[in-house]
Ligand binder design. Structure first.
Ligand SMILES: [Zn+2]
Length: 279
């Protein structure tokens, strides 16, 4: 699933081509992609609008429109936004096309059809409850510590909870916990101040490095030009892509299932504390 670095990459790479352009037409290949409006109403309201800005919040893309409305997009499991010329051959997984006024198109490619679009008066109707942005200046080690305090939940599911912290998914949670030397089942409130500071640093480093590598192409993620990201080549544990053994100590990497998510970690570098045994 595209996470913060993948969505940030899509935003960065679409912006120079899309800002200032007008939506000349919309084609829906899969009407279920539109939420909270009828497909007809969605297309009627979107056509003719200029795109004034693109921003990202968590794993959501927000297209600011000339009317003041917002087109909000979530790519879910397998979505990508491709920028193509109108004459480029479409593939069978294109679920929606925004035709721009310069003969280019934004194509929403989504093999599994979980992706979603909303056209709303105010983006906060969709993204209003998200937790803090992990790369925001206000997201300090102290802010993370305050959010973790008194939380009995294991740390990994908390990192995946978008209302706790926005943008992190299964891949970058595993990478950050590995970097910080924290077992994924440690109760959040059991982390020391030093561990929290280490986790904060690890989250930011892992996300920044992945943005620098244009995201991870582990499933169906493509950049707007159709290229792949390369962040997954740097994975130490996520998805088992770092290999069978811990790159730091050589211990076999373990896989467990945490709240239905395959979770990879090094049992030596990320020891389980006593506190987690009661879970
Ligand atoms: Zn290790």
């Amino acid at each position: 699933m595209p996470e913060l670095p993948e969505v940030e990459t899509i935003k960065n790479e679409l912006m120079p081509h899309v800002i200032g352009r007008r939506v000349a037409g919309v084609t829906l290949g899969w009407e279920g992609i539109v939420k909270k409006s009828s497909p007809e109403d969605f297309c009627d309201r979107l056509v003719g609008q200029g795109v004034t800005w693109i921003s990202r919040r968590g794993k959501y893309l927000i297209f600011s429109l000339s009317s003041g409305q917002a087109l909000v997009i979530h790519l879910k499991m397998t979505g990508s936004l491709l920028l193509n010329h109108a004459s480029d051959e479409p593939d069978k997984h294109i679920r929606a096309v925004l035709h721009l006024d310069n003969n280019y198109q934004i194509r929403f490619r989504d093999p599994r059809k979980f992706g979603v679009m909303w056209l709303v008066e105010d983006a906060s109707r969709v993204v209003g409850k998200l937790g803090p942005e992990p790369l925001d200046v206000n997201f300090t080690p102290q802010a993370l510590a305050e959010r973790l305090a008194k939380r009995k939940a294991p740390i990994k599911p908390l990192l995946l909870d978008q209302n706790f912290i926005a943008g992190i998914g299964n891949m970058y949670a595993d990478e950050a916990l590995y970097d910080a030397g924290i077992h994924p089942l440690r109760p959040a409130a059991s982390l020391s101040q030093k561990e929290i500071a280490g986790l904060h640093k690890a989250i930011q480093q892992v996300l920044r490095a992945a943005i620098g590598n244009k995201g991870a192409s582990v499933e169906n993620y493509f950049r707007p030009g159709g290229e792949l990201g390369t962040a997954h080549f740097k994975f130490r544990v996520a998805h088992g892509l770092g290999g069978e053994f811990c790159p730091r100590c050589g211990t076999p990497i373990e896989r467990i299932v945490v709240r239905n998510r395959g979770t990879y970690f090094c049992p030596k570098c990320q020891p389980l504390s006593n506190g987690a045994r009661s879970l």
